[in-house]
Ligand binder design. Structure first.
Ligand SMILES: Cc1ncc(C[n+]2csc(CCOP(=O)(O)OP(=O)(O)O)c2C)c(N)n1
Ligand SMILES: [Mg+2]
Length: 901
């Protein structure tokens, strides 16, 4: 068959099929076209392709890279440029095979007696990708090196456990109890969870997309630490992130990749396991995920290394002089390639090679079985090694390795390349025997049905080799080693100005700025502070910090800022302290996590203060908040512009009244809703102590608001109450018969304070005002006591803090909040005679604060009415008094209710 060579080359890559001549007809185009034809004629297609590839490489390295360009569907590193393999491939293969077996056996065993699930197919496809790195690249932590930072693909976890078993770090009981963490003696967590296995896993990854984005900001954070002189490393650690090709569809996976190129992060290597499948089926059945990703990463400025074909293909590709083989490789879609895995070799011979009869000659010498076993690049240790080596040595750019593999590799009939592969967790005896034969596992017929684990003896060649390699590379990976820290954190007295209060009216956001400024002056911790802001510093009045401590920029400041004449100019510096992330809450959270885990990752405790629009916190990137708990991050999250009525004029998408509830769901998060500057100071000072002296793995969420009011001095003896979540701020007037209690938080405590006056003056009620700083904390404590009482029914019952505090109080209890009612309702069961709550349930509206507060019924008048109503419900006042107040105070009883359903 005759194929037009021009057609072959124009079909490669993503730039379309037209020749330059047709596209623009100019002289340059014509000249290039004729040189191209000459080269094709004299040098042949292969050499011409290589020359073009070299030129394209130069073009990409030029200042204006051609965005989105793809290269032919072949390995980026040609066979002749491949380095020699440094290891013992035979032994490595045997080790890998045993790991494969144990990883599979863990899942199969766990599912033979339970229904706990697990995955075999993902690790089966990536075993070579991990093993080459384990034997030759991942460097463990030593005294002067923090260790390479590795994000393992979450559902490949069985492979990591299986290796740790061979390394002697886990025993059979652990493997036996895979996904059975509550079994006697403990078990292994399903996925990488530092919270559950704090000595083993460093980085949670299985929520797809979070590993990739965290790895980018971690690599950048490593540079930040170095630039600020906080890292004293023998050499720079590499950040390795392993992700799935399906995972690349998550916006978090790819949404921040330009950061790595912009920052020249040659300390990061991504390995995308392109097994062409995700959970349900092919990732791009009708296209090519590798080509799609290549174009994207190149456009983003990354170095891309494709590892598509294994060594046996080298010779076949070399023998093809027609260019048809590459044409065929390019025209096949991923759905076709998946089919070639599942079907016998005869199918591939007929449908892949047979499309162009010339190609059949290339594989005439191979049996069908040999054709079927032609390896994909990601299963060939030599190809993977070449890619890792090139990636490790590449300078100036991040590298992504796109490795083509087979999902469920080695599972045969049980699930190799099948659409059900991802979910396969069972193997029958026949399949087990086939697996054993294929990977030569020394397990006898009589026990194979029990899928026993297999570990070579300590003095076997395999064990010795594997341990020796890890020793040379500095130790085991993954491993999480944490040394306790003791920062010289300031005592509360450093915040004296807050404790005295101020007559000038300020918001808690401004108060926070003052807290930060004070902390930045404290020698013991000033350098450890990491302010993180997603393009909102001016909104929060924190722009003065730009000048004071500088914005981190690896490039310094290459331009003269437009505001250079002003005192507070936009100051970027190589050793700047602020991480000004731009408009990315996900990226900012990734930075928070990198900084907040630096005590563990690098042994350098850092204190992140991440301040953002509260509405774009957990609601937008809640999974990263959750992960911050899992990874044991420390630090302060500051949800500014909080409050559905306090942030006015911004409406439905900005006015937040529920982040406190989101934050309350995270087990290691302490959410606080301070009303006054001194409360903020008490909480921050104690948080610093708990996290960085007591070494508690917790973090803080603080609501900050933008309403100005005068900040009172701290009443005596309230610190404990502030920290526990509730204290009496202002008792009601004495001498009144009727008693009530109003719990307020944040600026809405002002409604409570004004209601207190009206209730006393006009309705004869003495209402105490309490500041409720932390409903979740009160609730957790109450639940703890209640549970203890339930399980110790005959012992004297324990009383929670809130029960104890309120036990002797008379009258009715009302809570008023700028958040939804569920926030205060958290403590309702433990308030004597119940709690009546006012809150901001429903969508926000833009309007003035006064009107919004009336609309949501959290203003002074509504608080008065609610208190009288709560008293009437207990027959402590007449219902007519409530009706009178409604009239007196001008509240429309038939106004609409903001809550919808
Ligand atoms: C955010 C999120 N969504 C969905 C899932 C469920 N899930 C787990 S693995 C998987 C498929 C993964 O495919 P791919 O990334 O290609 O990895 P492979 O197993 O093929 O290597 C899915 C959908 C998840 N873990 N996280
Ligand atoms: Mg996949």
């Amino acid at each position: 068959m005759n194929v037009d060579k021009k057609e072959i080359y124009s079909s490669r890559g993503g730039a379309g099929g037209e020749s330059p001549k047709n596209q623009n007809g100019d002289k340059w185009g014509e000249s290039l076209q004729s040189v191209f034809e000459l080269a094709l004629e004299n040098q042949g297609p292969e050499r011409t392709a290589k020359l073009l590839e070299q030129l394209a490489g130069q073009l990409r390295a030029a200042p204006h890279p051609s965005a989105g360009a793809t290269t032919p569907y072949v390995n980026t590193i040609p066979a002749e440029q491949q380095p020699a393999y440094p290891g013992n491939r035979d032994i490595e293969r045997r080790i890998k095979s045993i790991i494969r077996w144990n990883a599979m056996a863990m899942v199969v065993k766990a599912n033979s007696t339970t229904n706990v699930g697990g995955h075999i197919a993902s690790f089966a496809s990536s075993a070579t990708l991990y093993e080459v790195a384990q034997n030759h690249f991942f460097r463990g932590a030593t005294t002067d090196f923090p260790g390479d930072i590795v994000y393992f693909q979450g559902h490949a976890a069985p492979g990591m456990y299986a290796r740790a078993f061979l390394e002697g770090r886990l025993d059979e009981r652990h493997l036996q109890n895979f996904r059975q963490e509550l079994a006697e003696g403990g078990g292994l967590s399903s996925y990488p969870h530092p919270y559950l296995m704090p000595d083993f896993w460093q980085f949670p990854t299985v929520s797809m997309g979070l590993g990739p984005i965290m790895s980018l900001y971690q690599a950048r954070f490593n540079r930040y630490l170095q630039a600020r002189g906080l890292a004293n490393w023998k050499e720079e650690p590499k950040v390795w992130a392993f992700l799935g090709d399906g995972e690349s569809d998550e916006p978090e996976s790819l949404g921040a990749i330009t950061l790595a190129a912009r920052e020249n992060l040659d300390n990061i290597i991504w390995v995308v396991n392109c097994n062409l499948q995700r959970l349900d089926g092919p990732v791009r059945g009708n296209g090519k995920i590798i080509q799609e990703l290549e174009g994207l990463f190149r456009g983003a400025g990354w170095n891309v290394i494709k590892v598509i074909w294994g060594t046996q293909w080298d010779e076949i590709i070399a023998r093809d002089k027609s260019g048809l083989l590459i044409k065929r490789m390019e025209e096949c879609v991923d759905g076709d390639f998946q089919k070639y895995v599942v079907e016998p070799g005869s199918y591939t011979r007929k449908h892949f090679f047979g499309k162009y009869p010339e190609l059949l000659e290339l594989v005439n010498h191979l049996t069908d079985d040999q054709i079927r076993k032609l390896l994909r690049g990601g299963h060939d240790a030599r190809k993977v090694y070449a890619a890792y080596k090139a990636a490790s040595e590449h300078k100036g750019q991040p590298t992504v390795i796109l490795a083509k593999t087979v999902k469920g590799y080695g599972l045969g009939e049980a699930g190799e390349g099948k659409n059900i592969s991802h979910q396969q967790k069972k193997m029958n005896e026949k399949e087990l025997r086939e697996f054993r034969e294929r990977f030569k596992i020394p397990i006898s017929d009589d026990v194979i049905a029990e899928t026993p684990f297999y570990r070579p003896a300590p003095d076997s060649a395999e064990t010795k080799y594997l341990l020796e390699r890890r020793q040379v590379l500095g130790g085991f990976v993954p491993a999480r080693k944490v040394a306790p820290v003791a920062l010289n954190v300031p005592k509360l007295d450093c915040f004296a100005e807050f404790l005295k209060g101020s007559n000038s009216e300020i918001s808690t956001t401004t108060a926070f700025g003052n807290v930060l400024r004070i902390l930045l002056r404290q020698k013991g911790i000033s350098r450890n502070i990491v302010p993180i802001i997603p393009d909102e510093a001016r909104t929060f009045g924190l722009d003065a910090f730009f000048r004071e401590i500088g914005i981190y920029s690896s490039k310094g400041q290459l331009y003269e800022p437009v505001d250079s004449n002003s005192l507070l100019y936009y100051h970027e510096a190589k050793d700047g302290q602020i991480l000004e992330e731009g408009i990315t809450e996900a990226g900012s959270m990734a930075s928070f996590i990198a900084a907040g885990t630096s005590y563990a990752t690098h042994g350098v405790p850092m204190i992140p203060f991440y301040i953002y629009y509260s509405m774009f916190g957990p609601q937008r990137v809640g999974d990263l908040f959750w992960l911050a708990g899992d990874i044991r991050a420390k630090g302060f999250l500051l949800g500014a512009t909080s409050g559905r009525t306090t942030l006015n004029g911004e409406g439905l998408q900005h006015q937040d009244g529920h982040s406190l509830l989101h934050a309350s769901t995270i087990p290691t998060c302490l959410p606080y809703d301070p009303a006054f500057g001194y409360e903020l100071a008490v909480i921050v000072a104690d948080g610093l102590r708990r996290m960085f002296v007591e070494n508690e793995d917790i973090f803080y969420y603080l609501s900050l608001y933008n309403e100005n009011y005068s900040m009172p001095p701290m009443p005596a003896g309230v610190e404990d109450g502030i920290l526990k979540g509730l204290y009496r701020f202002k008792p009601g007037v004495e001498g009144k018969k009727i008693k009530a209690h109003i719990l307020g938080s944040g600026p809405i405590i002002q409604s409570a304070l004004k209601a207190q006056e009206i209730l006393a003056e006009r309705y004869g009620v003495s209402a105490d005002v309490w500041s409720a700083t932390g409903y979740k904390l009160l609730r957790s404590d109450a639940i703890r006591c209640q549970r203890w009482n339930m399980l110790h029914p005959t012992e004297p019952p324990k009383k929670s803090y809130v029960e104890d505090l309120l036990a002797k109080e008379q009258g009715a209890f009302v809570a008023v909040s700028d958040n939804i009612r569920t926030v205060p309702d958290q403590i309702a069961p433990w308030v004597p005679c119940g709690l009546f709550t006012l809150g901001t349930d429903g969508f926000g509206r833009s309007d003035t604060r006064a009107r919004l507060r009336r609309f949501f019924e959290v203003d002074t008048e509504s608080t008065v009415i609610a208190t009288l109503y709560a008293l009437a419900a207990k027959s402590l006042v007449e219902p007519q008094l409530v009706e009178k107040a409604i009239k007196d105070l001008g509240v429309n009883p038939d106004k609409i209710q903001p809550q919808l359903v």
